[in-house]
Design a protein around this ligand. Structure first.
Ligand SMILES: [Zn+2]
Length: 414
């Protein structure tokens, strides 16, 4: 017998079902004393497609190869068995085939030896070229070298069952399929922008609707669900849509997450970010990423504006004393033209939010660009208030160490 192989791409989640069916087939093969089927599975790989709502979805698939002995001999395949032990012929056909007329009217004949005699069984064979043949049980060995036509019949059915199994594979659905994480985060950003961030806990406590739920509805929503969401957004004076500003959130939130220090929550978020896909049960976590990212952004911008405004600024250093100021961030640089020439007013903030200013009219260190963080050696000239902010004026500033330079426009755009 030659080898026969079927290779199919199946959903990874379907593999256990395939293995179980194969086990049943092989148990029967062992009883019949024939070699069973073997299964090879490739490593899983992601398959992407756009769902009916236009979202990119992914699921894990793998290639499965089932191989075994071929049941076609010299081009002949078994189609069924005619049982002649009753008053009329009875047929056991391989699934998908009907008994031919000849087997009904002349079932006792054998096209191999051309003898008509009383037989228990006749086998219905069909050639690849379409020819048909009835062969008596005892002639099967002579004609095709098959000692046990019964196992041949069974094999036909087994292959049919394997093929059916692949055809019956449920379409990817539910928990097996994931969304692309950035898409989920973008939708979450949009829902949060329109409806505000509502954690699952707050939704329970206040009988409200969690962000997670809205995101799920938006992603999976059919007509009614989407219409309801749209109406609700309209009542808040917003359009239900994903804007460019939302689309920026996904990648930024993922980048932000990768810089956070470890906690169980951050760990889980980061796993999600690295996998870049999101299943049903991950929706809550995905929405929380956007919620936390927004909160961190808000904290950061509040901190920045607080520093820029000089709120809480105190005097530092001692007048007429030279010292090294650690981690001064250049907040702004302003050109000032006067009768005495051009100078630059450089405003710094130290890590405590205290403001330092330098009227620089001579050499200006290259590193002193906005956003740079530097260790600076300077002499305190005076302590004075400017528009209600306590400022420490410094002179003869030099850079001792560069802690951080902002990326140039070119790099930032790359
Ligand atoms: Zn015969």
């Amino acid at each position: 017998m030659s080898k026969r192989e079927i290779t199919e791409s199946i959903k990874a989640a379907y593999l256990p079902v395939v293995m179980k069916k194969l086990k049943t087939v092989n148990r029967r093969a062992a009883q019949l004393g024939v070699t069973g089927l073997t299964l090879d599975a490739s490593d899983p790989y992601p398959v992407s497609y756009r769902d009916e709502h236009g979202f990119r979805r992914t699921y894990q698939a793998l290639d499965v190869t089932v191989s075994g002995e071929d049941v076609r001999l010299a081009g002949w395949g078994l189609r069924g068995v005619v049982d002649l032990s009753h008053s009329e012929p009875m047929f056991r056909m391989v699934p998908g085939f009907d008994a031919p007329e000849i087997a009904k009217s002349d079932a006792g004949r054998c096209d191999h030896c051309n003898k008509v005699r009383t037989r228990a069984q006749t086998y219905i064979l069909e050639h690849e070229d379409g020819r048909g043949m009835l062969v008596g049980r005892s002639c099967m060995k002579d004609f095709l070298g098959v000692a046990s036509p019964e196992s041949l019949y069974w094999w036909m059915g087994a292959w049919g069952r394997i093929e059916d199994m692949f055809n019956d594979e449920p379409r990817p659905s539910g928990g097996d399929i994931a969304w692309e994480l950035t898409e989920v985060l973008n939708v979450a950003a949009s829902m949060i922008r329109i409806f505000g961030w509502v954690s699952a806990g707050r939704a329970r406590a206040e009988d409200g609707i969690a962000t997670k739920q809205r995101v799920g509805e938006y992603l999976q929503g059919g007509g009614d669900t989407l219409r309801n969401l749209k109406d609700e957004a309209a009542r808040r004076g917003a359009l239900l849509e994903i804007l460019d500003v939302d689309r920026k959130v996904g990648p930024l939130a993922i980048a932000w997450l990768r810089m956070q220090s470890e906690s169980d929550f951050i760990h889980n978020c980061r796993v999600l970010a690295n996998d870049e896909f999101c299943r049903d049960r991950d929706l809550g976590l995905a929405c929380a990423i956007v919620g936390c990212y927004h909160a961190a952004q808000a904290r950061e911008s509040e901190e920045t504006s607080r520093r820029e405004n000089g709120a809480g600024s105190e005097y530092v250093g001692t007048v007429k004393t030279r010292k090294i100021f650690i981690d001064l961030t250049v907040i702004s640089k302003r050109r000032i033209d006067s009768d005495f020439g051009t100078s630059t007013l450089i405003t710094f903030a130290d890590p405590g939010g205290n403001q330092l200013v330098w009227f620089c009219s001579g050499y200006e260190p290259d590193e002193m660009v906005e956003g740079a963080t530097l260790d600076v050696r300077a002499t305190v000239k005076r302590h004075s208030e400017f528009r209600g902010v306590k400022q420490t004026s410094i002179t003869r500033a030099t850079v001792v160490k560069t802690q951080h330079l902002p990326r140039t426009e070119e790099e930032a755009g790359a």
